[in-house]
Design a binder for this molecule. Structure first.
Ligand SMILES: Cc1cc2nc3c(=O)[nH]c(=O)nc-3n(C[C@H](O)[C@H](O)[C@H](O)COP(=O)(O)OP(=O)(O)OC[C@H]3O[C@@H](n4cnc5c(N)ncnc54)[C@H](O)[C@@H]3O)c2cc1C
Length: 339
């Protein structure tokens, strides 16, 4: 196999695969290195917003569409409805398989079981090979090696933890209650024969162990049995500090582009993967889509910081937010990263 590629992408998540497809479609020689032996599986609730990704996916990838969202807080509850689905659930493995197939058909080379162990200015090393590059894309998630190589620090990071609970769940539920989850929230995202039942909070607001305890309490209150089920957790990076570093780029969680407020990261990964590919193809490319996403993320992060210091103030803000949603003073899309 050849050892030099126009672009090497580390990580075959939604960010890396979007970038690979677009570059390969334009005839660029692309190598994607993925550490796992299978593409797709990822600790994730699998919720994709209509305004972000869902409307661009084929029907067969959608597990369940929801045109109503059940939102609860300590003092109130409301149901937000719309004629079109607001959020749909997808299976991450099926999404990964579909995206990888698209990238391969366009001409990208994808190597699984190939963890990148070292990076230099010209070269990327796996355990058994060395590859040189003109452009390098770090799409390697929240603990990105490329981000560390670029010496981009990470301060703002969150934890997501969930159980896959078997059963036929009907409602998509968000539970925003600072008494329970600080500035985070608990969720029930139903899939075909199971639901992702989990919680997310920024690490500075709640330590991962405490978040797990709070999730267990919350599941207990809802009579959800955890017996025989294993929790799965992962970090979500929302510390964005730029995506372009000369001929090296960061996308998705590696760039810290998830929402600090909700943990939504699939659409930001796809959106940034697209912008990075277009920028590599045409260095004069003027992005507007990712710029809008970044300003939305900054609004989410500002709200998070505002609530972070004081639990009483956080309760006031969360109850005001739920009241505003209930009274239709703000649209649900304010919580989403899509357009
Ligand atoms: C519990 C939980 C629930 C979530 N729920 C949602 C949700 O409902 N909706 C939503 O939008 N977001 C959700 N997220 C966030 C979402 O999963 C991520 O933001 C999204 O997957 C980021 O995509 P990415 O392509 O940037 O990175 P990833 O999907 O993390 O992909 C990175 C890839 O890089 C590979 N990799 C890492 N290091 C190396 C290396 N050294 N060499 C080679 N390969 C490497 C990994 O194996 C992985 O395949 C959730 C996260 C958690 C933890």
């Amino acid at each position: 196999m050849q050892n030099h590629f126009h672009t090497i992408i580390i990580g075959a998540g939604p960010g890396g695969l979007t970038c690979a497809s677009l570059l390969a479609e334009k005839g660029r020689d692309v190598l994607v290195l993925e550490r796992n032996s299978r593409i797709g599986p990822k600790v994730c609730a699998g919720g994709v917003t209509w305004s972000g990704l869902a409307r661009h996916l084929p029907d067969e990838l959608i597990e369940k569409p929801f045109s109503s969202q059940h939102i609860r807080s300590g003092l109130q509850q409301t149901v937000i409805s719309s004629p079109a689905p607001i959020i749909s659930t997808i299976n991450r493995e099926s999404l990964g398989r579909w995206m990888a197939e698209k990238a391969r058909c366009a001409g990208a080379t994808i190597l699984t079981g190939s963890p990148v162990t070292a990076i230099t200015d010209r070269e990327v090393r796996t355990r058994s090979c060395r590859y040189t590059y003109d452009f390098l894309v770090g799409a390697d998630g929240s603990s990105s090696l490329v981000r560390r190589f670029l010496q981009v620090p990470t301060t703002y990071i969150g934890t997501g933890i969930h159980y896959q609970v078997p059963g036929n769940f009907k409602e998509m539920v968000w539970h925003l209650d600072p008494a329970q989850f600080a500035t985070g929230y608990g969720w029930i995202f139903p899939h075909k024969n199971w639901a992702s039942v989990g919680a997310y909070a920024s690490k500075s607001a709640m330590a991962p162990k405490k978040l797990e305890e709070k999730l267990h309490q919350w599941m207990g209150k809802h009579d959800m049995n955890r017996k025989g089920l294993k929790p799965r957790a992962a970090l979500i990076n929302f510390d964005y500090r730029g995506y372009r570093f000369d001929n090296r780029f960061l996308v998705g969680d590696a760039a810290g582009l998830a929402s600090g407020l909700t943990g939504e990261g699939i659409y930001p990964a796809v959106c940034s993967g697209e912008t990075v590919a277009r920028t590599i193809i045409d260095p004069a490319y003027r992005d507007t889509k990712l710029a809008r996403l970044i300003s939305k993320q900054q609004r989410h992060n500002r709200l998070l910081r505002l609530c972070g210091g004081n639990n009483y103030f956080a309760r006031f803000v969360v109850e005001s937010l739920v009241a505003a949603l209930r009274l239709r003073l703000i649209h649900f899309s304010a919580l989403e990263m899509g357009e």
